[in-house]
Design a protein. Structure first.
Length: 141
């Protein structure tokens, strides 16, 4: 039985500098098979960018070869402690209207990311992952 966010989170976190172009970030996401990156300015966490953010920027006619992560990053980082419950994560996502939350340890060091799709498996474990993701995507559309 899963009792902690740490049991569900993705521990593969990709950090990219704020100066990274959307084109470079999209390639990094593709290569790592992930949907988000943490944006840094020097050694400080500066924001988060998701695949959806990149799509929105391109749809708004921003040039992916010159637009940087720092220009589009969500600066308000939402963090949850790794020992929090999945229910706490769902409440936080609902209250903040977000799909991903950074996960930290007790020393406030980033240790992972938990996504709504990670939590969907708990709600309907009999569904395949692809069916769970389709249901989540339809809700957010």
């Amino acid at each position: 039985m899963i009792h902690r966010v740490a049991d569900l989170m993705t521990t593969q976190v990709i950090y990219l500098p704020a100066e990274t172009t959307l084109e470079e970030a999209a390639r990094a996401m593709r290569d790592a098979d992930i949907g988000d990156v943490v944006v840094t300015e020097r050694s400080t966490l500066a924001g988060m960018v998701t695949d959806r953010d990149i799509v929105r920027a391109i749809a708004d006619r921003r040039d992916p070869a010159t637009t940087t992560l720092g220009m589009i990053a969500a600066k308000d980082l939402v963090v949850l402690e790794q020992n929090a419950s999945p229910v706490d994560a769902v409440r936080l996502m609902r209250d903040r209207a977000i799909r991903r939350v950074l996960v930290c340890d007790s020393d406030r060091r980033l240790v992972g990311i938990v996504a709504l799709s990670d939590l969907a498996v708990l709600v309907a474990p009999e569904l395949t992952l692809s069916a769970s993701l389709a249901a989540v995507s339809q809700q957010g559309a």
